[in-house]
Every structure is written in C-alpha cells, then in structure tokens.
Design a protein around this ligand. Structure first.
Ligand code: NAI
Length: 340
C-alpha cells in the first residue's frame, strides 16, 4: 500500500514540476468543436499541457471517440467527452478557459466572411450556453470570421449580463506563428528566437504584421521583401486552403497556435508575470471597438491592452487601409447578434 501511495505522490510531484513552488491550481479547459480538424489536434495538445487538470471535449458528433482516444495519454488531465446540446451545460460547467473551434472552414475561393451565415449562428448558440454555465471563463474564439464572431460573442454576453471585456479573445496567434516562421526563413534567423507582433484583425488585409518591430531586427531585408512577407502572412490561410484543395483550412498549425494561446491564458490565470500575446480584443488602441494588438494576460484575463508602438510609413498605410473592412465586419457581427 505504501508503494502505491509513494508512486501516487511521485506522479503528482512530477505533474507539477517546472511550475511555481506552490501547487499548480486545478484548471478546466473546454473545447467546443473538439471532433473537428482543429479540435482533435488541439485536444491532443491540451491533454499534454501540464496546466490542465480537466479537459472537456464537446461537439455535436464524434466526441466519445476523440475523448476515449486522447484520454489514454499518460498525462494528468482528466478527459471527458460530451455530445449534443443536452450535454453542453455539463461540458462547460466550471471551465476556466473555453476554446471555440466550432463551425465550417473555408474551401478554395472562399473568404472568411463567406462562413458568416453558418458560423455566426453556431457561435451565438455556444456563447449563450457559456453565459449560462461558465460566465467567468476566458473565451478563446477561433471560429471564423473572427473579426465578426468576437463582436457577436460580446453582444450575447452583454445581453445575458455576463460580459467582461477582459475575458473575450479572438485567437490571432496563427498570424503571429506564420509571421515568425516566414520572417525567420527570409532573414535567415533562428525561428525560435524570433518575435513579430501582428495587429488589426484576422482576415486578409486586416492582418497587419509589424515587421519593423520584429526581433531580432534584420537589416538584410529589402522593402520588397517586407511587402512580400506582409502579403504572405495575410494570405497564409489561403495558401493552406488552396493546398488542401477543398479539404478544409489550417488545422494542425491552428491547433498549435490555439494551444499556445490557451497556455498563455492559463499562465496568466495562474499568476505567471509578463505573459504577452497578440489577440483580438475590445480595445481603445484605435477608434475601432475591437482590435488585435499585444495584450498582457493576468489573473482576470486581459491585464493590459498594449499600444501599437512606433509604426513605419508602410505599416501606417496598412493600418489605415484595414480600418474600413474591420469596421464593417464588427458592425456585421453586432447587427447579427441583435437581429436574431
Ligand atoms: P471542421 O469542420 O473540421 O470542424 C468543425 C467542428 O465543429 C466539427 O467537428 C463540427 O461537428 C463542429 N460543430 C459544428 N457545429 C457545432 C456546434 N453547434 N457545437 C459544437 N461543435 C460544432 O473545421 P475546422 O477546420 O476545425 O475549423 C473550425 C473553424 O476554425 C472554422 O470556422 C475555421 O474557419 C476556423 N479557423 C480559424 C483560424 C484562426 O486563425 N482563428 C484558423 C483556421 C481555421
């Protein structure tokens, strides 16, 4: 018996190793759309995240299989699968972070806005349930068009009386991941040391990478290179959609990006200092009510929305160019939330 106790305490010790000397808090993460192209690899990555103690996998179909599969991984998080609307409440109850990759992805020739009609309704329904069952959770919105689905979520939460602007995030991490990869490749820098802020929104020209603020700085890149890198970052999603030729959009790199962002949220909640990620949040950085920029994460979600820093002329122009589209995507989301 004592051998069993010993090995149990060793397991607990190991699961907490590498984090603050006090015990890691229990954290529940729910993934809505967990059986999808993003949902499945994201479930895998959250299962192996040592900050997660409980992982709730919800979808309208397929979650028993995904949950059974992922649950066999020998990491501490306890995994449960939930399927169908009548299990949504239980899936959400007690969640600290809810990640939403539910909804249809793009096919070649489609813009993210073409997904609006289907995904807006899905997001609205899921957010109504979040307001009821876990109103204090941090919400990580992956479902596109993010520029509109985040405002929809905000309106749903306002209507329910649960809105806290510090707790709603549009996940734009994949834009940062792409900008880092493309910049490091072009500049010949070690990618793991590279950082590039990406601001604005999450669609086409609303994605604005700030290569003038990239670290380490590179003086080997021409203005032409920067223009090309900017365009490739903006079109990164389309590059994948076309390569997949009708079989969906980015799933694996998105799952990675979603896991990076959720991990940052969990670290913030757990009191780790100086956790900064770009995210699309309620903002006063520009005149637009929602905008992606660097955000400091803390125990209540957004601790501080950081400003844009110094922009060069090319970036200033990019910022002006994106405002019209971003504004109308935000208004479209708000209008939908009110009209239905
Ligand atoms: P997918 O079609 O493979 O998976 C979506 C999943 O959502 C399916 O399993 C489906 O059953 C589920 N679902 C549908 N309605 C639901 C509901 N009411 N409740 C719970 N689950 C529901 O699509 P994929 O590739 O995983 O993409 C998901 C979303 O993520 C799309 O909207 C896509 O545009 C978006 N996306 C966002 C990115 C970003 O950077 N923010 C990057 C890539 C994709």
């Amino acid at each position: 018996r004592s051998a069993v106790l010993k090995s149990t305490s060793e397991l607990l010790r190991r699961s907490r190793r590498g984090y603050s000397s006090s015990a890691t808090p229990e954290r529940k993460v729910a993934i809505l759309g967990a059986a999808g192209g993003i949902g499945q690899p994201l479930a895998l990555l959250m299962k192996i995240n040592p900050l997660v103690s409980s992982l709730s996998l919800f979808d309208i179909a397929g979650t028993p299989g995904v949950a059974a599969d992922v649950s066999h991984i020998n990491s501490p998080a306890l995994v449960k699968g939930f399927m169908g609307d009548d299990q949504l409440g239980e899936a959400l109850e007690g969640s600290d972070v809810v990640i939403i990759p539910a909804g249809v992805p793009r096919k070649p020739g489609m813009t993210r806005d073409d997904l609006f009609n289907i995904n807006a309704g899905i997001v609205k329904g899921l957010c109504t349930a979040i307001a009821k069952h876990c109103p204090n959770a941090l919400v990580n919105m992956i479902s596109n068009p993010v520029n509109s689905t985040v405002p929809i979520a905000a309106e749903v939460f306002k209507k329910a009386g649960t809105y806290d602007e510090k707790k709603l995030f549009g996940v734009t991490t994949l834009d940062v991941v792409r900008a880092k990869t493309f910049y490091a490749g072009k500049a010949g820098l070690p990618v793991s040391e590279v950082n590039v802020p990406v601001v604005g929104g999450h669609a086409g020209i609303t994605i604005l990478p700030l290569f003038s603020q990239a670290t380490p700085a590179s003086n080997s890149l021409s203005q032409e290179d920067i223009v090309a890198l900017t365009k490739r970052t903006q079109d990164g999603g389309t590059e994948v959609v076309e390569a997949k030729a009708g079989k969906g959009s980015a799933t694996l790199s998105m799952a990675y990006a979603g896991a990076v962002f959720a991990d940052a949220c969990l670290k913030g909640l757990n009191g780790v200092p100086d956790v900064v990620e770009c995210s699309y949040v309620q903002s006063t950085v520009t005149e637009l009510p929602f905008f992606a920029s660097k955000v400091r994460l803390g125990k209540n979600g957004v601790e501080e929305v950081l400003g844009l820093g110094e922009l060069n002329d090319f970036e200033k122009q990019g910022l002006e160019n994106l405002k019209g589209e971003l504004k109308s995507s935000i208004e479209k989301g708000i209008k939908f939330a009110h009209g239905n």
